[in-house]
Write a protein that binds this ligand. Structure first.
Ligand code: AMP
Ligand code: MG
Length: 517
């Protein structure tokens, strides 16, 4: 599986042929982030506010708890009435009433009296401590299977001396009226949302979620659900990108696919600008169909085409389009599915976090890990290898998830991290340490071995062919002409001893490792 990476270790010094004007990941990000600031605040229903940033200070409008209340189910007593009580010499007191959480006791607890009380109920006037059921005669009765509900009693045995204040939660123990409870800028996680609810807020002023329009471009694209046709592929970018955008906390608006004509793309861009804080397109920024997209973008807005010193994801367009509500930034991602996702992770995520008011938090955690495989940097671009990251004996181990071509989307699907081979490092050897960007994934990952065992690319080879005759397989590799000869020979070999083959399969894979992205 690492063969593909090894292959890209060409003997010539490819660094010398880097296109001029290539910019670093950091520079590209800096140039992009100049166009983003936190969005305005809006009132959000509490349940929709998770992970948004609070836009105003929140003070306690009242104390929590608002009244002294009991932390235990038990009896509210006057501590002095229990003086000297022990298991050997308990005291018996009169049950004057019953109080569940949610009500206030009317009247007051007089000398020699107690009130049977449930957790959360306010302490009745006159009482100053709570004796839990476990320290009263009610425990024996419960053990004997007699419950108070079935046989309420007029008195109760108290087995211990109560300490004044025992088992009472004091007013304002959590929040005191007037306290600054949550500061503007706080990210609203489950606990913060719970606190707001405890203060009675049904909604909250938070920096609103960015609206991100997603447009895939390409004549070859079909939407999942449509019947596959020769030469066509399903549009995966719309779905992976929209899912990423939503996972960052933005709202994705997905448009119909734009075909590769100036008119189609122009129309889509106009449609996509409406109400958008960011327009994301995929494909059309590499050399092949560069021109149509370039024409449209340059005619309609101010767009720069960059080559970024990273792999996958070299070609990137970034600029702004004029729109009714002001200029809208545009991120033109490369079309190859891994490149599209990786550039969204490195640039789109930062832009969205900036708009969300979380500009300092876009970076994913980075850990040092031991590379289990060779991670080869073929041409002086920072290489983000998709890796399966595991913690073994307290150390992270990063294994490649298989072939690393920019079209191998399953390499992303298996990844729990991106292992980074810096621009100026030719290879990270097995056993060496590297930085790994951790991607949040839940649940155990399948091991990388689950990738289909396709024909291997050999050192120097350009093509790999899987041949199968009646289920007997062989893999062939080489260069375009050589492979024809080899394939014929291999086929002859496979056909030996087969009378009439019922199935012959040929699968040719071209190396995509050295592609432009
Ligand atoms: P392009 O940038 O248009 O040259 O596209 C580069 C590669 O990405 C081509 O192989 C396209 O077929 C592929 N591609 C472009 N858009 C998508 C998409 N939305 N989903 C999957 N693959 C795509
Ligand atoms: Mg295209």
């Amino acid at each position: 599986m690492t063969e593909e990476l090894t292959y890209s270790a060409t003997t010539q010094n490819t660094r010398s042929i880097l296109p001029a004007g290539m910019i670093s990941v950091e520079e590209a990000r800096e140039r992009i982030l100049e166009h983003f600031t936190p969005l305005d605040a809006a009132s959000v229903p509490l349940l929709e506010a998770r992970d948004q940033v609070l836009a105003e200070d929140v003070f306690g409008g009242f104390s929590i708890p608002p009244l002294d209340n009991t932390a235990m189910d038990g009896y509210a007593v006057r501590a002095e009435d229990t003086a000297g009580a022990t298991y050997e010499k308990p005291v018996t007191l009169k049950v004057a009433g019953y109080l569940a959480a949610g009500s206030v006791y009317e009247g007051s607890v007089g000398p020699g009296e107690v009130v049977r009380i449930m957790t959360g109920a306010p302490i009745p006037d006159g009482a100053d401590s709570i004796v839990p059921f476990e320290e009263t005669g009610e425990q024996d009765e419960a053990n004997a299977g007699t419950h108070w509900e079935q046989a309420p009693r007029e008195s109760v045995r108290i087995d211990v001396e109560a300490r004044p204040g025992a088992n009472i939660r004091r007013v304002g123990e959590d929040i005191r009226e007037g306290d600054l409870v949550l500061r503007a800028g706080t990210v609203l996680g489950p606990a913060q949302i719970g606190v707001l609810a405890s203060l009675g807020h049904a909604g909250v002023m938070a920096i609103r979620r960015p609206r991100v329009t997603i447009v895939s471009t390409g004549d070859e694209l079909l939407r999942p659900g449509e019947a596959l046709e020769p030469g066509k592929i399903y549009d995966s970018n719309t779905f992976s990108l929209a899912s990423l955008v939503e996972s960052y906390g933005a709202v994705a608006r997905v448009l119909e696919i734009a075909t590769d004509t100036v008119e189609a793309l122009t129309a889509r861009i106009h449609e996509g600008l409406e109400g958008a804080d960011l327009v994301v397109t995929s494909a059309g920024v590499s050399r092949g169909d560069f021109d149509v997209v370039k024409d449209v973008l340059q005619r309609e807005g101010e767009i720069g085409f960059w080559t970024v010193r990273m792999k996958p994801g070299k070609p990137l367009a970034f600029g702004t389009f004029p729109a009714a509500g002001g200029a809208v930034p545009h991120l033109g991602l490369p079309g190859n599915p891994v490149s599209a996702m990786m550039t969204m992770e490195l640039f789109g995520r930062a832009a969205i976090f900036m708009m969300l008011g979380k500009g300092d938090a876009w970076e994913r955690p980075v850990v040092r890990a031991i590379a289990a495989d060779r991670i080869r940097n073929s041409d002086g671009r920072r290489f983000y290898a998709r890796a399966f990251v595991e913690l073994e004996d307290g150390r992270y181990i990063a294994r490649l998830t298989g072939p690393q071509g920019s079209g191998v989307l399953t390499s992303m699907a298996l990844a729990s991290g991106y292992a980074v081979c810096p621009e100026d490092v030719e290879a990270i050897e097995p056993g060496e340490e590297c930085d790994v960007i951790l991607v949040d994934r839940e649940g155990p990952l399948p091991p990388p071995e689950t990738i289909a065992g396709d024909a291997e690319f050999r050192e120097g080879a350009d093509l790999a062919v899987d041949l199968a005759v009646d289920g007997k397989t062989v893999d062939v590799w080489g260069f375009p002409l050589e492979i024809i000869a080899r394939s014929v020979l291999a086929m002859v070999e496979l056909l030996k001893g087969v009378d009439v083959p019922r199935s012959v399969q040929l699968k040719i894979r071209r190396r995509v490792d050295g592609d432009s992205e």
